[in-house]
Write a protein that binds this ligand. Structure first.
Ligand code: MG
Length: 308
């Protein structure tokens, strides 16, 4: 019994006999095979079929295998698909050319049947491992940006994004708002109901925030009980309306922990470009923080705008 991995193979060859032979040999190993008779057809098929490996004939009329290889390697959708160049004995001097263009391997015609099957199997294995690695990297990249408890973005990601958004907004003369939000008397909640209750409240608040923002907005857990939001293309009036709505929905939410109702309110500070004339991302954060401080001083459970 073989435990070899099966995959999807695309055979691009202008010779019907060779195409049939390759299909037969690969199908025998359990691979699912599609074929194309020309370079153009092959490129189209690579995009839709998304094979694990491509068996590519070098000598074809119109567009030859080298050109097809170049096109496939130039496109994001197909650049990671390994290509095995198929050359005839006469073309052997050109084998380096294929490798230079990004081909993974080559095989000579007429090929030994087992060699073809083995080379294809190797590339399928490599491609599968590569795909798994890409998947894991993507997951890791997401994890690195996120706060573990709330699944909102973390402080570092917030910082990277506000630097980016600030300079972009400034350059193009666009509005930008920054909102800092803090849970009122959070220490008291933790002291009275325990840290687990505190964590539940943080999670619930994150849900409320995520439900109120647009796709373009960035919501982050800024510190222990502090949240930070970046609202691109948003004037101070609109940011104030948004913040007031958020404050109200928190105020109206029934927070419960182990059957006990806990009253939770938040204070918010808003600062904006261009209204507050911040000169840097540091300014807009500091202004929002000062506004938040005013909201706390003015009695909490309220929104304050930065007044310059
Ligand atoms: Mg040919």
């Amino acid at each position: 019994m073989t435990t070899e991995q099966t995959g999807k193979v695309l055979v691009i060859d202008d010779n019907a006999v060779i195409k049939r032979l390759a299909t037969m040999l690969l199908a025998k190993k359990g691979h699912s095979v599609e074929t194309a008779s020309s370079g153009l057809e092959g490129i189209e098929c690579a995009k839709s079929f998304k094979p694990h490996v491509i068996l590519l004939d070098v000598m074809m009329p119109e567009i030859d295998g080298y050109e097809v290889c170049r096109c496939l390697k130039a496109e994001a959708a197909t650049k990671d698909i390994p290509i095995i160049m198929v050359t005839s004995r006469a073309e052997i001097v050109d084998k380096v050319k294929g490798l230079e263009l990004g081909a993974a391997d080559y095989i000579q015609k007429p090929y030994d049947h087992e060699e073809l099957q083995a080379r294809v199997a190797t590339q399928i294995k490599m491609k599968t491992l590569w795909d798994e690695l890409q998947e894991k990297n993507k997951l890791l990249e997401e994890l690195v940006k996120k706060d573990g408890l709330t699944n909102l973005y973390n402080h570092r990601y917030f910082h990277d994004r506000i630097v980016e958004e600030f300079s972009r907004s400034k350059r193009y003369g666009l509005a930008l708002s920054c909102v800092l939000m803090d849970i009122d008397f959070f220490k008291k909640i933790n002291d009275s109901y325990g840290h687990q209750a505190g964590d539940e409240i943080l999670k619930k608040l994150a849900e409320i925030i995520l439900a109120s923002i647009r796709d373009v907005d960035i919501a982050a857990r800024y510190g222990g009980e502090e949240f930070a939001l970046i609202l691109p293309h948003t004037t101070i009036e609109n940011a104030a309306t948004f913040s007031e709505r958020l404050r109200r929905s928190v105020d109206e939410t029934d927070f419960q922990f182990e059957g006990i109702r806990i009253r939770v309110t938040v204070s918010l500070g808003v600062a904006s470009l261009p209204e507050n004339r911040p000169q840097s991302h540091t300014d807009i954060i500091r202004f929002a923080d000062e506004a938040l401080y005013s909201a706390k001083n003015a009695g909490r459970n309220r929104v304050e705008l930065y007044r310059m």
